[in-house]
Write a protein that binds this ligand. Structure first.
Ligand SMILES: *Cc1c(COP(=O)(O)O)cnc(C)c1O
Length: 466
């Protein structure tokens, strides 16, 4: 298994380089040279596998010889041992809609599913290579907590988390800042999530700095995250349907990581008829699907903060795929984005993208109303992000009625993480899981910095020494 860059299809790197570098050295994203497809006949065998076993089969394809079979099995087992659901994910129903509950990990967001795997992969690789690294990650709320939980107290690795000050829920913040492990550093930036993401990108693009602190990244562009997320799309099809009809997945979307994993599952053979890009008022991708123009706007704060993003980092991977990995074309589009602040794809490419993708944007008012309605009608409480997934699925169904499709939406966070929003919507106190209650009154550890590259670099450099 070899990887190329979206901006240079001639390079060939191994999984380990992809994993440790995060971003390709030319500023592009790593993608596999070929994505293998399971034959229809292998689905019966796959359907007999437990979640862990299925994860092994899928992740093994992409990690190749990086880990021995027993090492990889151990990584997966250890990663999911802290989940409250033995099979990692769960299914529940709201009328005819299937909710894929992905939030049974230690920090109550779907990001745990990939991040735990990454944490254990780092530990394995770094011990084998006798290497020490520093991780830097920008978070819109959930990535940071999931990454910290996965990395805290691990050997040979430190983690620096940048989050937008005042723009994430207090529970999201406390799940990060109350972790007292010595290898964990929280930095609150006076800015937006996109500012945090830009700071991280600048540090990665500065090769002198990158080498001086042995930088590595766990942002949603890390390929290992994508492959760990592919697993549940397979699992949903294999375990939660009769495998007779096609799948529709509605995915609450920000950085385009989760839904891109769905696209990889589609390429690997899961019969998906539509992937629904469900966004909040930060509707960059909804506008793209409607016009073919990718044009980031100004970030708006919404009730679904983990999706308050106007730069969908993984989208370049999709564009590369639809231009058949023509890296010259991808480079010219990205140059346009840098210079003119937008790019436009050809009508032909847009048409192909729309064959598999549908999109929808849901504002905060509609989210609150639907949370209220679901509680009244079904006594079901969904978090605001997941609610956007359901809303978009209902919108899709109202316009494309096809009774034979299996309609799924992804539950990306536990409602307790967004306690204030939920309680306001349903006008009632909710009970919190004990793990969340435990962090509420713990002491917080965080450094506040302005949106200034040099100040952030200095802080990281100072604390990165072993
Ligand atoms: C990160 C996140 C998303 C968006 O996922 P992407 O992979 O960035 O598109 C959606 N919902 C929740 C709760 C999240 O934490």
């Amino acid at each position: 298994m070899k990887y190329i860059s979206t901006r240079n299809s001639k390079i060939k790197v191994s999984f380990i380089e992809t994993f440790l570098n995060g971003l390709a050295l030319d500023g592009g994203l790593y993608i596999p040279k070929i994505i293998p497809k399971f034959s229809k006949s292998s689905f019966y065998r796959l359907s007999k596998l437990k979640y862990h076993e299925l994860a092994f089969e899928i992740i093994k394809i992409f990690t190749d010889k990086t880990f021995s079979n027993s090492e990889l099995k151990k990584i997966i087992k250890k990663s999911y041992s802290s989940f409250s659901s033995k099979e990692v994910i769960k299914l529940s129903k709201i009328e005819t809609y299937n909710l894929l509950e992905l939030y049974h990990g230690p920090t109550f967001a779907f990001k745990d599913i990939a991040m735990q795997i990454i944490g254990n992969m780092y530990e394995n690789i770094l011990l084998k290579k006798k290497k020490k690294i520093n991780l830097i990650v920008a978070t819109s709320g959930d990535t940071g907590a999931a990454a910290i939980n996965a990395i805290a107290n691990k050997q040979n690795v430190k983690i620096f988390v940048l989050f937008p000050k005042g723009k994430i829920s207090s529970i999201q913040r406390k799940l990060m800042t109350t972790v007292s492990a010595k290898n964990v550093f929280n930095i609150a930036i006076k800015g937006t999530f996109d500012d945090c993401q830009n700071l991280v990108k600048s540090m990665f693009n500065d090769s002198k700095f990158r080498n001086s602190v042995n930088l590595s990244g766990v942002n949603s562009i890390n390929w290992a995250r994508i492959i760990a997320q592919v697993v549940y799309y397979f699992y949903a099809y294999l375990h939660f349907t009769n495998r007779k009809n096609k799948m529709v997945f509605s995915v609450p979307t920000g950085n385009f990581g989760d839904i891109y994993a769905g696209y990889i599952a589609f390429k690997m053979g899961v019969p998906i008829s539509k992937l629904i890009i469900a966004t909040n008022e930060n509707d960059l991708l909804d506008r793209f699907i409607k016009t073919g123009i990718y044009k980031p706007g100004v970030v708006k704060s919404t009730v679904s903060p983990s999706m308050d993003i106007q730069v969908a980092s993984n989208f370049e991977r999709l564009i590369s795929d639809f231009y058949n990995h023509n890296s010259r074309k991808v480079k010219s589009l990205m140059k346009n984005l840098e210079k003119k602040k937008f790019y436009k794809v050809s009508p032909n490419v847009l048409k192909k993208i729309k064959n598999i993708f549908y999109s929808n944007s849901v504002n905060s008012k509609k989210v609150i109303n639907l949370i209220k309605f679901l509680y009244k009608k079904n006594h079901k409480i969904l978090d605001p992000h997941t609610t956007i997934g359901l809303f978009s699925l209902m919108d899709y169904k109202s316009k494309n009625f096809n009774s034979s499709e299996n309609l799924f939406f992804l539950g990306t966070a536990h409602p307790a993480k967004f306690k204030n929003t939920i309680e306001k919507a349903i006008d009632k106190k909710i009970t919190l899981p004990k793990e969340i209650k435990n962090v509420l009154n713990k002491k917080e550890k965080v450094k506040i910095l302005p949106n200034n590259l040099n100040k952030v670099k200095n802080c990281i450099k100072y604390n990165s020494l072993y």
